[in-house]
Write a protein that binds this ligand. Structure first.
Ligand SMILES: NC(=O)c1ccc[n+]([C@@H]2O[C@H](COP(=O)([O-])OP(=O)(O)OC[C@H]3O[C@@H](n4cnc5c(N)ncnc54)[C@H](OP(=O)(O)O)[C@@H]3O)[C@@H](O)[C@H]2O)c1
Length: 347
């Protein structure tokens, strides 16, 4: 049996050291992944700096992984040892100290794991899992926007289709939302910085607006006033963005619903004074694992990647190789990214 190592932080915001780690003991619905590439998210900074999701120290970071299956739990039939996969590691196992993907081996729920086509590298594949889950929770869950699930034909989008506004299209979550909404047959409008306008168009957005413009709300309302709104997905946690999103939903006709990436326990982050006819909803990305969204989505991911309907965006920027590079990746993440996913490769 191989041995495990992790990049451990020993105090909140303190330095990481690479050291031995227990090999995760699998529950029936889990798989063990030998990591080849790990991607980083804003959540990792919160885990490291403020102990989010951690029950004891030392602890690990990491919410995205791509690698090869080393073992499968007893109730797992969809996957086999040796399969190439992408996954969100299981952060809900309370008795496990090494929950994150910042280690050589991590455990993931089978419901948050997808096979990776041969043509897609681990480095590219690891950029997707958490962002896809987050966007999927907001777009497709019944309590959220409840949109139709994505298909495999990008030409399914029709001129009379409803418009989804994705606020923050150049973020990781926004990039996944644009691609999935387009594959679900919707017309997509989005906001980003002017420098990322072409990036968002390339992902499939039909309308792109600069959120730094003082006229952005007027511009969007003017451009979309003849369209029917499928809803707004605000992929950025910012009071101003939510206020702007709600104002647009209020003024357009259609589904006056703003789905946010704020988790249910963060409802105090919703600003006051929003229009009363606009519904606001919350998101907990990993809750899709065994509902009406997760199982079909994780099958779709493999087919969509193989057909080019889904691409590994934003592009991976490799920070380093080996667990020693985890510290540098989290520090870079703390400074913020623009249409970029920070990745550490595990040789
Ligand atoms: N609830 C959950 O389960 C869950 C799970 C995962 C993530 N999240 C949350 O989802 C959010 C997005 O995560 P992520 O990984 O996608 O972030 P990210 O990629 O690190 O976000 C960076 C992007 O945000 C864009 N941005 C910043 N301020 C903006 C604004 N006011 N309007 C529009 N775009 C803006 C930037 O666009 P430009 O560079 O173009 O300016 C940049 O490309 C985070 O707040 C994260 O905590 C929630």
């Amino acid at each position: 049996m191989p041995t495990n190592q992790a990049a451990w932080f020993h105090s909140n915001g303190g330095p990481f050291t690479v050291g031995d780690a227990p090999m995760p003991q699998l529950a029936g619905d889990e798989i063990l992944i030998c990591s080849h590439a790990i991607a980083f998210n804003p959540a990792d900074v919160a885990v490291w700096k403020s102990g989010l999701f951690t029950t004891s120290l030392p602890a690990t970071v990491g919410c995205d992984v791509a690698g090869v299956i080393a073992a499968v739990g007893h109730s797992t039939t969809k996957f086999q040892v040796g399969d190439r996969v992408l996954a969100v590691p299981n952060w809900s196992a309370e008795d496990r100290v090494n929950k994150g993907s910042g280690q050589l081996y991590c455990a993931a729920f089978k419901g948050l794991t997808a096979k990776l086509p041969e043509a897609v590298s681990f480095t590219d594949g690891c950029v997707l899992p958490l962002a896809l889950c987050t966007a999927a929770s907001s777009l497709f869950q019944k309590g959220n926007l409840g949109l139709p699930l994505p298909g495999l034909d990008l030409n399914a989008s029709k001129s009379e289709a409803k418009v989804l506004l994705v606020w923050g299209g150049s973020s990781s979550v926004g990039s996944c939302a644009i691609q999935m909404a387009r594959a679900a047959g919707l017309v997509v409008a989005t906001t980003c910085s002017a420098r990322n306008s072409e990036y968002c168009k390339d992902l499939g957005a039909a309308y792109v607006f600069d959120y730094t413009s003082s006229t952005v709300v007027e511009d969007i309302v003017h451009q979309l006033e003849e369209k029917e709104l499928a809803g707004v997905f605000t992929a950025i946690i910012s009071a101003e963005s939510i206020t702007q999103s709600a104002e647009i939903a209020h003024r357009l006709h259609g589904n006056k619903h703003v789905a946010t990436v704020i988790p249910p326990m963060g409802s105090s982050q919703i600003p006051g004074g929003l229009p009363e006819d606009v519904q606001i909803s919350f998101c907990w990305s990993t809750h899709i694992k065994d509902d009406e969204v997760g199982p079909p989505l994780f099958t779709w991911i493999t087919e969509a990647l193989a057909k080019g309907v889904l691409r590994c965006k934003p592009n991976a920027k490799v920070v380093g190789r080996g667990l020693e590079a985890v510290q540098q990746a989290v520090e870079r993440m703390e400074k913020g990214v623009s249409a970029t996913k920070l990745v550490v490769e595990i040789p």
